[in-house]
Every structure is written in C-alpha cells, then in structure tokens.
Design a binder for this molecule. Sequence first.
Ligand SMILES: *[C@@H]1O[C@H](CO)[C@@H](O)[C@H](O)[C@H]1NC(C)=O
Ligand SMILES: *[C@@H]1O[C@H](CO)[C@@H](O)[C@H](O)[C@H]1NC(C)=O
Length: 192
Amino acid sequence: MKLLLQLLILAIIFTTLVNGQFVQLNYYNYQNDQSCNGEIISTTYNRESTCLDGTEYVCVGNEVQINYYRDSNCTQGIFQQLTQENGVCQGALTFNCVDNYQFVENSIITIISETCDDWKNTPDSILSQPLNKCIINPSESATVFTCTSDSITTSTYPSNDNCNGTPSNFTQTLPECDTKFTKYAYNHICNQ
Ligand SMILES: *[C@@H]1O[C@H](CO)[C@@H](O)[C@H](O)[C@H]1NC(C)=O
Ligand SMILES: *[C@@H]1O[C@H](CO)[C@@H](O)[C@H](O)[C@H]1NC(C)=O
C-alpha cells in the first residue's frame, strides 16, 4: 500500500514535469500598483528546461525555478536561482507552467527560435504584446504598437505614464526570418 502510494506520487510528479513544456510570463500594466490588476502588457512563453541566452526556466511541482547562468550558452554554471510559485503575482509579474504556447489575439508576436529553417516548429520563446493599447511601464516612455502584415510601428509618447501628446513613430518592415542581431532566429507576426 505504501509502495503504491509512493508510485502514485512519483507518477503525479513525473506527469507535471513532462507536461510543463512552457513557462508563461504575464507582465501587467502598472502605475504604483504592482498587484497584477491592470491589463497585460506582454505575455511570454519560454520553452521549459531550455537555455535562452543564459536563462533557463524549470517547472518543479507547483513552482518555477529561474536559473541564471554565468554564460549565454548555460555551460559555466548557475550564479543565481530564483523560485516563483505558479500563478502568484510578484512585482506586476506572474509565472505559470503550461502545456503549450498560444498566440495572443490582437498582438504583435515575436518568435525566437534556433534557426530560420524550421522556426515555426521549434520556437523557444514566444512574446505577445498588445496592439493599439497604451503600454505603461514606469521605467520607459509610454508606447503604442500598431502593425500590418508587413510592418510594425512603435509610437513612443513624451510621458512615462500616459499616451497624450504627439508620439515619435518608428516603423520596421517585417522580414520572414531574421538572424541579423543575435545567434537566434527572430520572426514577427501581426496577429490582429
Ligand atoms: C556558445 O555556443 C556556440 C555554439 O556552440 C559557440 O559558437 C559560441 O562561441 C558559444 N558562446 C559562448 C559565449 O561561449
Ligand atoms: C506618429 O503617428 C501618429 C499617428 O498616426 C501621428 O498622429 C503623429 O503625428 C506621428 N508623429 C510624428 C512625429 O509624425
């Protein structure tokens, strides 16, 4: 009986580990309120137990471990490890282990994968940022994203806490797949 119970517990832990394939991070809009009551300003799905430029997310039971490595290839050992409970708000941010990633509606989607050859099937990180919304993050100027199937425009406003006044606009045309900036392959999708 005791052995059966232990096997059952092992099976539950194993299932959790196998199913936790992506770690979902939600960042919330905030102005002096970091309690995750505002709108979501970005959602990122990071492939679990995968080195993403020196950071690795691991699902362990009801928690997410965030491992920061000394090097971007995650070969020189961990210098800092944080643990965060699934779904608990901390500093306008929540973490959740989920079975798969999603493209959030009405968003600009940025997909980071290993190579351009098979980027749709092997994404390591999927970032969604809402379109046509005033995005407020105290350390940065307020911004609004708009897009078409072949370009993204970022409008940056004079103030940090509202989208009043005349913004400066930066428009980027969308290549199919881009490896210009880092060793990773970048793709953008206008999902409206
Ligand atoms: C990381 O690994 C790649 C491929 O193995 C290698 O080309 C690169 O130099 C490594 N970078 C560092 C910082 O070790
Ligand atoms: C940026 O775009 C907005 C919306 O189209 C426009 O109102 C604004 O004048 C533009 N800013 C500049 C500096 O041209």
